[in-house]
Design a protein around this ligand. Structure first.
Ligand code: FUC
Length: 824
């Protein structure tokens, strides 16, 4: 009570004065921090082009005055057709033999057998496909001045302007969130000066034909791959609306002459209904979409699109400081970032991650794939599909904390689908109940093992179920929990059936498996890897808690509890590292891009400085051994890990590593001129991973409290963030000056206790009654933390147990729908 009274003294503003204040802040922010990617020249390569998308259709825009190029995608257009890929030669007998071979340390034989009996006969999954390209040719516009192209990520509109022959031309493009169409508006600043031709091309098996006087229609079918027939049909329609002038069809080209303004509508649709049904009619869907979009005039369409986009985008503002660097084009800013004078590039990169998620992951669409939704290749890197041993999950790391929860809708749908399609792999390959997912899936929701023995990793289901549980922790929606619980239960059921009792230790482990894509002594195949132990531990815990909240399955819960207590604990090895494998095989010189054993640090919540500090120290040692510079997504993951290790300067260093300019696929990991992440090649996970990492530096809530500014780097002395989300249904705004928190707003969505944690030096208060030692327990069940087992520590380890930074915590009672404002 005493604490609360003291806190009440700090309460400065009543809730109803708040909205006026935040609005003022927002306006200021957008003035000093324009959310634009811009360039002084057209894109020469795809990685310079600018992405637009609405979760269904998308384009990469090159902005070339003489020959505009929009590379087109539709998220349901993939190779192949419905299939399952569980290797039928697997099964219980092969499984027992492989498990025995691993227990006998016969890894070569075990791996050979796993490859033969468990890897799919179709070898890989099906690749995501490009639909084609729209070209707009403007004769005589090869010579131009005053060129600028930009992507305004606050309005989700791409614009190109230039002057040619004394006329200024403007092109505006967006993938409408209001109607499922790409809309292109071309204008000239003098009447009748707009003349060009429009054509469609495709590398796919198909045709382009003209229709009437002002339409082009592309009809194509996806390719067959590895014996799976290509049966996805796509239809794209281009329709021209013009103010003044004429339009005529010349074979397969539309010729527009002497117009003043032209609006091009482009719709795309497929025959895909769901992962086992291709009975939709792309022709009528594409035509209906077109008719619907064209009912509105351009300005109305644009406004509706922007309004929907901003409903999501405007929830979060981030200001980490301003500098004159914003006067430079984006490609030059990336090159200059290492100089350390452009804090706004970090906020731009953060918001670009949010822009990308809104643009490529929408309800009723497909989840963001390895390239989000933007792919120009018929044979894309790794199939541009879904790699589930890090990449798919990383795409969704920013979704909750960066206030874009709705964007997880396609992931939730995918989990439900996998929980059905994965039953065949569980049964055929393991003779088990429930469902399993290995390290890849595609449009057809395959769940068997692919690629090679490293694909025999059956814990993908446990990982994506973690996202479902986390979604509940952030939003507190019990209906959602009840809806997704059967998928969590099925994932847990699989492990109840397949866990193997390690003869050497007596622990329940996953066998065979791998530590994603790393090898011990030259072998992928192993058992009881740390990541698997952490994943199954979380899945079991979360499923128990979900069942208890829903008052369901008491007997089942008891079964899980029994196995949970027998799972392998985390182990600290001879180099004082968190062991990656069950045995102490780690090589401190290993720089492998995956840091799978640190799953428990991030995205999991099993390693904390305030509970079992030995694990925290060992995780830190492991990360130091692994090094910083790596593939794009690996650096993105490390930003999050250093944030969780509460080292803001090291997290910032990783952001700088990730913002290293990369201009070709022959260079290392970093960032392309269009701010896309370079694995290399382009992979969108690095964008999302780093976006999440920036949020984790400012706010964490996985450890029993809402930790304010947990990993603020020295470079971000002053800043402001509004709208970040914390577990327990809280939305947090913070302002800090001279590295001290000056203002805090807690918006409570669900009510209940909010336990705030921060560093002593961060909050300017001398009121010691506020200081309360962290205990780790929390009355708010939403972010209650699981009881982690004591680690086993090698006698050779030399742990130092440095004292963690001094923190304090205080509890605040909140009311649902109310805001509390503190000024320090
Ligand atoms: C995993 C990673 C690779 C790449 C691929 C798509 O296999 O190990 O680095 O990101 O997924």
């Amino acid at each position: 009570m005493k604490l609360k009274n003291k806190l009440a003294c700090l309460l400065l503003l009543a809730a109803n004065t708040l909205s006026a204040q935040s609005q003022e802040t927002n306006t200021n922010l957008s003035l000093v921090n324009p959310m634009k990617l811009w360039y002084n020249q057209p894109a020469k390569i795809w990685e310079e082009a600018l992405p637009i998308g609405n979760g269904h259709v998308g384009a990469m825009i090159f902005g070339n005055p003489g020959n505009e190029h929009l590379q087109l995608n539709q998220t349901e257009f993939w190779a192949g057709s419905p299939y399952i890929n569980a290797n039928p030669t697997g099964g219980k007998e092969a499984l027992r033999k492989i498990q025995q071979l691993i227990s006998d340390d016969k890894y070569q034989e075990a791996q050979d057998m796993a490859a033969k009996n468990f890897v799919a006969l179709t070898a890989h999954g099906m690749p995501y496909q490009p639909v084609g390209d729209l070209y707009l040719k403007f004769k005589g516009h090869e010579n131009f001045t005053g060129f600028k192209r930009e992507l305004d990520i606050e309005h989700a509109i791409a614009t190109t302007t230039y002057t040619s022959n004394g006329i200024t031309y403007t092109r505006e493009q967006f993938a409408s969130l209001a109607d499922n169409a790409i809309v292109i508006r071309l204008t000239a600043d003098k009447p009748g000066k707009l003349s060009f031709t429009a054509s469609l091309k495709t590398e796919q098996k198909g045709t382009v034909v003209g229709k009437g006087t002002h339409q082009l229609v592309l009809s194509a079918t996806g390719p067959e791959v590895n014996g799976i027939p290509g049966l996805v049909k796509v239809e794209a329609i281009v329709d021209i609306k013009h103010d003044g002038g004429t339009v005529a069809l010349q074979e397969k080209t539309l010729a527009i002459k002497n117009a003043t303004a032209v609006t091009i509508y482009l719709t795309m649709a497929t025959n895909f209904k769901n992962y086992h049904d291709l009975s939709a009619d792309p022709v009528s869907i594409a035509a209906d979409l077109l008719a619907k979009a064209e009912k509105k005039n351009y300005q109305k369409e644009k406004k509706e699109h922007t309004d929907i986009f901003q409903h999501y985008f405007n929830r979060v503002n981030l200001n980490l400081g301003t500098s004159s660097s914003i006067q430079l084009p984006t490609d030059q800013r990336i090159k200059a970032f290492a100089a350390g004078t452009d804090p706004q590039l970090v906020s731009l990169y953060f918001q670009f991650g949010r822009y990308l998620l809104i643009s490529c992951s929408q309800p009723n669409g497909q989840p963001a794939n390895l390239q989000g939704m933007w792919n120009e290749h018929v044979k894309p890197p790794w199939g541009s599909k879904y790699t589930t041993n890090i990449n798919l999950e990383m795409n969704y790391w920013p979704a909750e904390v960066a206030n874009l929860s709705e964007m997880t809708a396609p992931l939730v749908k995918m989990v439900k689908e996998l929980s059905v399609s994965g039953q065949s792999s569980a049964k055929i390959m393991y003779g088990a109940r429930g469902w399993v997912l290995h390290h890849n899936t595609d449009l057809w929701r395959i769940t068997g093992a692919v690629d090679g023995p490293w694909g025999v990793w059956p814990t993908g289901g446990a990982w994506i179920c973690q996202h479902m549980w986390e979604k509940y922790l952030f939003g507190g929606d019990k209906k959602f929990l009840a809806d997704i619980y059967p998928a969590m239960k099925g994932a847990a059921e699989f492990f109840l059936d397949v866990l193997y009792k390690d003869p050497a230790t007596g622990w329940w482990i996953v066998s065979p498996s791998a530590s994603p894509e790393n090898a011990h002594q030259g072998f992928s195949t192993s058992a009881g890897t740390t990541m698997d132990n952490q994943l199954v531990f979380s899945l079991f815990n979360n499923t128990i808690r979900a069942a208890q909240i829903l008052n369901a399955d008491k007997e089942f819960v008891n079964q899980i509890k029994e196995k949970l207590t027998g799972l392998a604990p985390m182990q600290i090895g001879q180099y004082s590292q968190l062991q990656e494998w069950l045995k102490d095989w780690d090589d401190p010189k290993d720089k492998h891009r995956h840091i799978s054993h640190l799953w428990g640090l991030f995205p999991g919540n099993q390693i904390s400085p305030y509970r079992k500090p030995a694990l925290f120290e060992a995780a830190k040692n492991s990360l130091i051994y692994r090094g910083d510079v790596s593939t794009g997504w690996s650096m993105g993951w490390k930003v999050n890990c250093w944030a969780r290790l509460l080292d803001g300067n090291h997290a910032y260093k990783l952001i700088a590593d990730q913002l290293t300019a990369v201009e070709s696929n022959k260079e290392g990991g970093g960032t392309y001129p269009n701010l896309f992440d370079a694995h290399p090649p382009f992979q969108i996970d690095g964008n999302f991973g780093c976006t999440s990492g920036i949020a984790e530096m400012l706010l964490q809530s996985q450890d029993g409290a809402v930790h304010l500014l947990p990993a603020l780097p020295e470079k971000w002395t002053d800043g402001e963030v509004t709208g970040l989300k914390a577990r327990g249904g809280f939305t947090i705004d913070m302002t800090w000056k001279n590295s001290k928190l000056t203002r805090l707003v807690i918006h409570s969505g669900l009510g209940g206790n909010c336990r705030i944690r921060s560093y002593e030096q961060l909050i300017m208060t001398t009121d010691n009654t506020l200081v309360k030692e962290a205990t780790g327990d929390n009355p708010n069940t939403f972010y209650e933390v699981a009881d982690i087992k004591e680690p086993i520590i090698s006698p050779k380890a030399n742990l130092l147990y440095p004292a963690p930074k001094k923190i304090f915590e205080f509890d605040i009672a909140t009311q649902a729908g109310k805001e509390l404002v503190f000024q320090f």
